[in-house]
Design a protein around this ligand. Structure first.
Ligand code: F0G
Length: 365
């Protein structure tokens, strides 16, 4: 059986690496594209979920981090740094270990989920809680990398975008062509930038490393629909948000680094960037786990929330092939699964240690 070798080796022809490159990988990518039966029935479309929580550290960041850490090693770096709402730090910490580099992460104070924090600490990163939000952390990280001998692994590093574009390669490889529509959450806007680049490259003749021209893999490109949290929706509002606020802490970002690239993806694809409320995000989060069997962290559900919102507004034409990227695993931030829609706690039913009581509790006759 074929063993998946990580995104760099699987897509070496389309990434800035050579046979001599010393690849840093944890086997990322190759994630499932799961049919969403209830979303499909609702919309009359063929809806598939790209489950990025299945990556080694539980989020899509690993696709970019294998490239960033490979680039850091090639550059002779000893130390890497990133700003993060949590997932980038978890990924950077793990890949830095694999690369034999030290890792420093800057996170906003008090707004990181315990799952992500524990990953960064477990992998031995130096974790600094900065008295500020994500945008402040990124500003400091960029300045640090300019003035000191540390290598920046945020998505402003072009290697990150290169790695993350493999998400769309996998979608096209699985479907046989690009979908009509691709939906995903937008925070710092690196991922929408990367997916669009992937779709553009896969639908364009490509010169491989042997100098041969390879025919396009896809005959078309999807419209890109990105969704920000309503309390952190600078691209939708058209101006930075100085105090972004949302329960979807992963996308609690007020001044995205890849703002212009995200607008280009939106405009070149004929798509849109809209916002969804925290209530809509949590409803989509519950829909995914309770109906489709897919457990994600809240921010990851923003694309599904967007589909539900647009469907309710009559703006989703039936008959389309739709892919939605869910970006991070539910175990990153599991507290949200223990609350019902009205905010009450969901708890297990307690039963005594005997088979009749258990059968009774299960309604078995
Ligand atoms: N979903 C999750 C689970 C994320 O962690 C992020 C970003 C996004 C969506 C948005 O992706 O920034 O490329 O638009 N998390 C970053 C971090 C900011 O530090 O982990 P984006």
């Amino acid at each position: 059986a074929h063993q998946w070798r990580g995104v760099i080796r699987e897509y070496a022809d389309r990434l800035p690496v050579t046979e001599q490159t010393e690849v840093v990988t944890l086997g990322e990518g190759g994630t499932p594209l799961v049919p969403a039966q209830h979303l499909s029935a609702l919309t009359g479309c063929d809806v598939r979920i790209k489950v990025e929580g299945m990556n080694p550290t539980g989020s899509f960041k690993d696709r970019g981090m294998t490239m960033a850490m490979t680039a850091a090693k090639a550059a002779g770096a000893q130390a890497v740094v990133c700003a993060s709402t949590g997932n980038t730090s978890a990924s950077a910490a793990a890949y830095a270990k694999q690369a034999g580099l030290t890792c420093a992460v800057l996170v906003p104070e008090g707004k990181i989920s315990l799952g992500k924090l524990s990953q960064a600490l477990a992998h031995g990163a130096t974790l600094l809680q900065v008295d500020g939000n994500f945008d402040n952390c990124l500003e400091v990280a960029r300045k640090l990398a300019e003035a000191y001998p540390v290598f920046l692994v945020n998505s402003v590093n072009p290697a990150r975008i290169e790695g993350q574009k493999t998400g769309s390669f996998e979608v096209v490889d699985a479907l046989g062509d690009a979908p009509d529509l691709h939906l995903l959450p937008v925070g710092n806007a690196g991922n929408i930038t990367a997916y669009w680049r992937g779709y553009v490259e896969y639908s364009t003749p490509w010169e491989n490393q042997a100098g041969e021209t390879v025919a396009p893999v896809a005959t078309r490109r999807p419209r890109m629909w990105g969704f920000q949290a309503a309390g952190a929706a600078p691209i939708v509002l058209g101006h930075p948000v100085t105090e972004p606020d949302t329960i979807a802490t992963a996308i609690r970002i007020g001044n995205p680094a890849s703002w212009e690239q995200a607008e280009a993806a939106r405009d070149e694809s004929g798509g849109l960037i809209d916002s969804v409320t925290d209530e809509q995000i949590l409803e989509a989060h519950r829909w995914l786990s309770a109906k489709e069997g897919i457990f994600v962290e809240p921010a990851s559900a923003a694309g599904v929330a967007g589909l539900l919102k647009k469907h309710a507004a009559g703006e989703v034409e039936p008959g389309q092939t739709i892919v939605i990227t869910v970006t991070g695993h539910g175990l990153k931030d599991p507290d949200w699964a223990l609350k019902s829609a009205d905010g009450s706690a969901i708890e297990p039913t307690r039963v005594p240690f005997d088979v009749v009581s258990v059968a009774d509790a299960l309604g078995l006759q």
